[in-house]
Design a binder for this molecule. Structure first.
Ligand SMILES: O=C(O)c1ccccc1N[C@@H]1O[C@H](COP(=O)(O)O)[C@@H](O)[C@H]1O
Length: 221
């Protein structure tokens, strides 16, 4: 008998060029991520974002990615309509998260998973963040392009839904779904779909769509 599992949503991150955003929107991902960290190769400039938000996003939600940014800057970007969700990749505190939540933003706290990962670090954020995002610890704050050992996910008492990130490719969809963790909200794709930083390759996105279709034939949604 087939085992029925839930298909996670899809986030494509690190978008920055309007024509490429337009192409990717044709595939209606659940989330599109824009990185507002100047240290990133995928940094999205505000003047570009002002043009991007005029596109028809349909049901695709926009996520703003930040690293230790001033709260007022994030709130200003929210007011400009850049996003309704923020993804925090720095050393942001639970109090910082609470301030952003109070503004009506949904908050994703990125957790860098390395050999020193300790699930106790999640506790101060439980009940405060909307989602965790488990990413691979590396040289950069994000976008390192390789996977961490997903076995650590099985050892967490998931009280908060999460995004799975870190070097994901279309070939990883099946394995991620077979983890069979109901709190797995979304799979997050970034560098492994790229032609160059900030440009997503349509062929890779087609591969992703194919992988998702195959999974959906044996899943609930
Ligand atoms: O991609 C970046 O340059 C980046 C910089 C600073 C913070 C986050 C960043 N990207 C996020 O990193 C993860 C994993 O990306 P990858 O698949 O390993 O390339 C993803 O959530 C991006 O949003």
């Amino acid at each position: 008998m087939e085992t029925k599992v839930k298909t996670p949503k899809v986030k494509i991150c690190g978008m920055r060029y309007l024509p490429n955003v337009k192409e990717i929107l044709e595939y209606q991902p659940d989330y599109l991520g824009f990185i507002f960290f100047v240290g990133s190769k995928r940094f999205t400039a505000a003047h570009e974002m002002d043009r991007i938000i005029k596109l028809d996003f349909g049901k695709t939600k926009r996520i703003g990615v930040f690293v230790n940014e001033e709260i007022d800057i994030i709130l200003d970007f929210k007011e400009r309509g850049y996003f309704s969700i923020v993804q925090l990749h720095g050393d942001e505190s639970p109090e910082y998260v609470e301030k952003l939540s109070a503004s009506g933003l949904e908050v994703i706290k990125a957790i860098s998973v390395g050999d020193d990962f300790n699930k106790a670090q999640l506790k101060p954020f439980e009940g405060k963040v909307d989602y965790f995002l488990f990413d691979t610890k590396g040289k950069y704050r994000g976008g390192n392009g390789w996977k961490f050992n997903w076995n650590v996910l099985k050892d967490i008492d998931h009280q908060t839904p999460f995004f799975l990130s870190g070097g994901l490719t279309p070939d990883d969809v099946e394995k991620a779904v077979s983890l069979d963790i109901p709190e797995l909200e979304a799979l997050d794709f970034n560098s492994q779909l790229e032609t160059k930083p900030g440009i997503k390759n349509i062929n890779r996105v087609e591969e992703l769509v194919k992988s998702l279709k195959e999974i959906k034939q044996t899943t609930l949604n």
